[in-house]
Design a protein around this ligand. Structure first.
Ligand code: PLP
Length: 402
């Protein structure tokens, strides 16, 4: 059997494993230390009552002869697709067709799988730092060349840093695909409509595809920040959009997401909508009926109000971190339209050295920026997913160390 050498040679996914190892060693040596975790990338608040009600009603329905359901429609039930279109698109003046929405079990699966649409030698661009799935899924497919000194030889990096205000530069070479994630993980920063339009225009001119990951769109608070790339003229001809109920409605353990593939998306005379449908129908058998019912409940009046309470809770934590650090003169980014705060390490400390300092002196855990890509060096990510009490305590401890 000839193995996939690109997959076999992947560098170890060491970031969170290395963090866990260092925390474990520190805890073993300091059993009384009360460690506060601001590295959590997972939601912590329970599902909304309206969601739980719909979830359990649908599960009970499955136990009746009249309500039992086997395999569902390949691309999702109409009741969920209709709710998504009405709640996330029509309400914002964007027209999306029913057959352009594909329900899935996660944005991670979708952003990982959709590289199957690209040629084996398609050239990929990512912002740097970046959510690692875009890079790793393409590396596994053999598109990125060699991994040398923390960089892939055949990947186009678009560096985002304090100097460019975390607005990525346009690619300076011909690329086939650009991955954009806004609001951004890990930096928590956003693009305005005008800034995003430059990417849409570039993609149209260069016949490139944009993969737009909007997993954090529910956290947007500012008016000029697009919730969907389709708010930008021309985007339906050049962009796919991946969305998720994970961070919007606490579905990280429940699993439901969707990807929009407009019919106008045609490359080499072939419809990506058709290709994605063919791919999904072959390799994916859908999301369970109770989970889709639970996701549809997010769009009810009660559901909307309840999920926004949790989002406001996280955003308040983000404000506490952001303003607390700012008062101490630290350069911070994000945290206004996202649950992530991206801080510059003091005195240009290496991000892993700063990790060790915070762990040992403040008993606070965050995530070293370097783990998200070369341009993350010198930065550090804090998240808003802990409790308010722990967030306040963690910020006080960080400030006392600094
Ligand atoms: N996209 C981004 C940018 C994320 O940060 C995450 C999760 O952290 C995901 C996608 C994964 O979403 P899901 O839980 O729907 O797989």
């Amino acid at each position: 059997m000839k193995i996939n050498t690109s997959l076999a040679q992947m560098p170890a996914g060491y970031l969170f494993a290395e963090i866990a190892k260092r925390v474990k060693e520190f805890s073993a040596a300091n059993p009384d230390a009360n460690i506060l975790r601001l590295g959590i990338g997972d939601v912590t608040r329970p599902l909304a009552p309206a969601v739980v009600q719909a979830f359990s009603d649908a599960a009970l329905e499955m136990g009746t002869a009249a309500g039992f359901k086997g395999y569902g429609p390949d691309f999702g039930y109409d009741f969920l697709i209709d709710a998504i279109i009405a709640g996330d698109y029509t309400a914002r003046g964007v027209e999306i067709g029913k057959d352009e929405v594909f329900i899935s079990d996660g944005a991670k699966s979708d952003v990982g799988n959709l590289q199957e649409l690209f040629a084996a030698d398609a050239k990929i661009a990512v912002t740097d730092p970046v959510y690692p799935v875009y890079v790793d899924s393409n590396a596994m497919a053999g598109r990125l060349g060699q991994h040398v000194d923390g960089k892939w030889s055949n990947l186009c990096y678009l560096p985002c840093n304090a100097e460019n205000g975390f607005v990525p530069p346009l690619p300076e070479e011909k690329v086939d695909v650009i991955y954009l994630c806004y609001p951004n993980n890990p930096t928590g920063t956003v693009l305005t409509k005008a800034q995003l339009k430059k990417f849409v225009d570039w993609a149209l001119e260069n016949e490139a595809l944009i993969v737009y990951d909007a997993a954090y769109k529910a956290f947007i608070t500012e008016d000029d920040v697009p919730r969907s790339i389709y708010e930008i003229e021309g985007a339906k001809k050049c962009a796919m959009e991946c969305c998720s109920f994970s961070k919007t409605a606490g579905f990280t353990g429940t699993r439901c997401a969707y990807t929009v593939v407009p019919k106008e998306l045609v490359f080499d005379g072939v419809s990506l909508n058709k290709m994605w449908g063919r791919r999904q129908a072959t390799k994916f058998n859908g999301v369970s009926y109770p989970v889709q019912k639970a996701a549809a409940a997010v769009y009810t009046e009660a559901g909307q109000q309840q999920i926004m309470e949790s989002i406001s809770y996280y955003l308040e934590n983000a404000r506490i971190i952001r303003e607390g650090l700012q008062k101490a003169g630290i350069q911070v980014f994000g945290g206004v339209n996202a649950p992530y705060i991206w801080m510059k390490t003091p005195n240009n400390m290496k991000s892993w050295d700063f990790f060790d300092l915070l762990l040992k002196k403040a008993h606070v855990v965050g995530t070293p920026g370097e783990g998200f890509g070369p341009s993350g060096e010198g930065y550090f990510r804090l998240t808003a997913f802990n409790t308010k009490e722990n967030t306040i305590a963690a910020v006080e401890r960080i400030l006392s160390v600094l």
